[in-house]
Design a protein around this ligand. Sequence first.
Ligand code: IYR
Length: 228
Amino acid sequence: MSEGHRPFPDLPRLTDEERVQRSAAAFERLRSRHSCRAFANTPVPRAVIENAILAAGTAPSGANHQPWHFAAISSAEKKRAIREAAEAEERKFYGDGDSAAKAGDEWLGALAPIGTDAHKPYLETAPWLIACFAQRKGGIEEDGTTQNYYVSESLGIACGLLIATLHEAGLATLTHTPSPMGFLRELCGRPDWEKPLMIVVVGHPAVDATVPEHALRKKPLEKISSWL
Ligand code: IYR
């Protein structure tokens, strides 16, 4: 064994049949995940959010620098400030009475079946917002200068694990990406070498929450894969 290495940890000893069953069961659980845009104000224990962030932190990352920071926000004042700043950006994106939309007609057309607009009340209603920051620099010691690698890829995988863990915990999420999102850095007190990538909104769905039909159309295996 090369120096500084350890044996690969044991994986569960399964039969191929069990592997097929378990992968099918994992898919079944994940396919019921949908973005939620109406949340109840029911509280969610902090321990659930901690576990989801720990799970996110297991993601593979460039040179294992773990170039991410998750700001978990539950304070009513912070959530209100984030909602106000996000809605101000969204009004520019969607356009309001005074100014034309920053988003072009094609983009607005693509969003029409989802039915989104500049109102983001869930940013205050949901018990938790997790602001996800990509660390452009810092290395494993977070020194602010060491180069990081594959930062967006690493954070993207980490956010996938975060969302999957929250879904496993029986909670609804929304990946929210107001653009630009620079206001988040200031509101969360993060350094300027960090770039906010998304807000993951977490909570229980409101009783009248809906899923747009459009979101139920998933591409079939034949379309999303090729076998060579
Ligand atoms: N950030 C905006 C717009 C938006 C963009 C895409 I692409 C979406 O899939 C959904 C929304 C908003 O949150 O409304």
